[in-house]
Design a binder for this molecule. Structure first.
Ligand code: AMP
Ligand code: MG
Length: 410
């Protein structure tokens, strides 16, 4: 088993390609009530069957007029011929008159402008005003927002509040979405104790379960949580089979290095196929990927920071592909480094970092002083990663690539 330790490191980009290329999207489609669809992935592109708005509407409270009726210069006086509230029905505008109209009310046929009420004086004879609006003023034409037949939402988008609102605006009360990806998870390590319990000597609290729960929930996954599993091959094989039977993807933390107490890889090798397990990134070198009878498996390292980092870098793209989304590598921003990183590493490094404003308005990026992969505090302090290419160093003032955490969780 230790001979594996000499396997060359798989470069980050290559690992990503292999991983995402091997994933089959979950294709179960469910028609879902609009409000329940928030956070789900749209399974078919949506075309609008109507114009929005359906007819010309007033954008103001005011008076609808025909600009041909306005005086060539000076004051225009017009009698009022009708009153059109929002939701009302407009008759055609009588020639040489104005209509009282409110925001969102249909503009009567024959009117081509709405004069704001602030610009108008009203008396018993009607209205008078000096303003000379051009045709179309304060009118939202039919189809101003959406034209019938246009695609309003693309297949594969993860539905946000505004997407749901847009679907409602064309009259849909449900959307076809992919069923949530089911992710099974368990955590290995005899040293682990659940929070809320007493901590015996030599034990630590299990934090990975909670980090992972939050990360998966924020991605809209259904979670099958098998909890803590002891460091034995039997227990690990048993948990792995149970998780695979229920889930589309199984994610574990710990037990994927080459130590005698690491049974996750051995369990995968017994049950299915292990694809790779040493990736040239830091934190997070030991990372297992496998397949057990149609269920994908990802074994993350145990160190809490490695869990967070490898989740962002590898589990997020895998889940996004499974969800039926078009995965795009997160866009990194070039930012000036406010730190030195003098020692090169053959692995690509992902330092926990955050943007700070320096001087008047220029942003620079700082890194957390302790980059040890056991220091979970660094992920709380940080807003993103600085990505440092293999064998590179950084001097303060250099431009570096900054990857905001938010990039991973859209
Ligand atoms: P392993 O990959 O199992 O060798 O674990 C690497 C390190 O991560 C060890 O220090 C473990 O104690 C720690 N670790 C493993 N799992 C967890 C967990 N669920 N929560 C917190 N720390 C963990
Ligand atoms: Mg362990």
């Amino acid at each position: 088993m230790n001979s594996c330790d000499t396997t060359p490191l798989l470069p980050y980009d290559e690992a990503l390609l292999q991983l995402t290329g091997a994933i089959t999207p979950v294709a179960r489609i469910v028609e879902t009530e609009l409000r329940q669809a928030l956070g789900s992935v749209l399974a078919r592109s949506i075309e609008s069957e109507i114009d929005v708005p359906g007819c010309a509407m007033s954008a103001m409270d005011g008076y609808a007029v025909n600009t041909a009726d306005l005086a060539a210069e000076g004051l225009t006086r017009l009698p009022l011929s009708q009153r059109i509230p929002a939701g009302g029905v407009a008759a055609a505008l009588a020639a040489g008159s104005a209509a009282r109209i409110f925001t969102g009310a249909p503009v009567p046929q024959g009117a081509d402008a709405v004069i704001m009420q602030e610009q108008v004086e009203v008396d018993e004879q009607g209205i008078r005003f000096e303003s000379r609006p051009s045709g179309g003023s304060n009118i939202r034409p039919a189809g101003n927002d959406i034209r019938r037949g246009t695609t309003i939402l693309e297949k594969g988008c993860r539905l946000r509040a505004q997407d749901i609102g847009l679907a409602a605006s064309v009259g849909l009360n449900s959307l076809p979405v992919f069923e949530a990806v089911k992710v099974g998870m368990f955590f290995t390590g005899d040293e682990l104790v659940e929070p809320g319990q007493a901590l015996a000597p030599g034990k630590i609290y299990d934090s990975n379960r909670y980090t992972l729960h939050g990360l998966l929930a924020s991605m809209g996954c259904e979670i099958v949580d098998l909890g803590l599993v002891g460091d034995t091959l039997e227990a690990t094989v048993e948990a792995m089979s149970r998780a695979c039977a229920e889930a589309d993807l199984v994610v574990t933390c710990g037990g994927v290095s080459v130590g005698e107490e690491d049974y996750v890889r051995a369990a995968i090798e017994r049950l299915g196929e292990l694809r790779m397990w040493r990736i040239g990134i830091k934190p997070g070198k030991p990372l297992a990927y496998g397949q057990i009878e149609g269920t994908a498996f990802m074994g993350l390292p145990g160190n809490p920071v490695s869990v967070f980092a490898t989740f962002c870098l590898f589990v997020v793209p895998v889940i996004q592909v499974m969800q039926g989304r078009a995965w795009r590598k997160p866009v990194s921003l070039p930012v000036v480094a406010d730190f030195d990183w003098p020692t090169p590493d053959s692995r690509r490094e992902f330092l926990r970092a955050r943007l700070v404003r320096q001087g008047s308005d220029e942003a620079v990026v700082q890194i957390y002083p302790n980059q040890d992969s056991g220091v979970l505090t660094s992920t709380v302090w940080a807003d993103g990663f600085v990505e440092i290419a293999e064998n590179k160093t950084v001097r303060a003032g250099d431009l570096v690539s900054y990857l905001p955490f938010a990039q991973f969780f859209g």
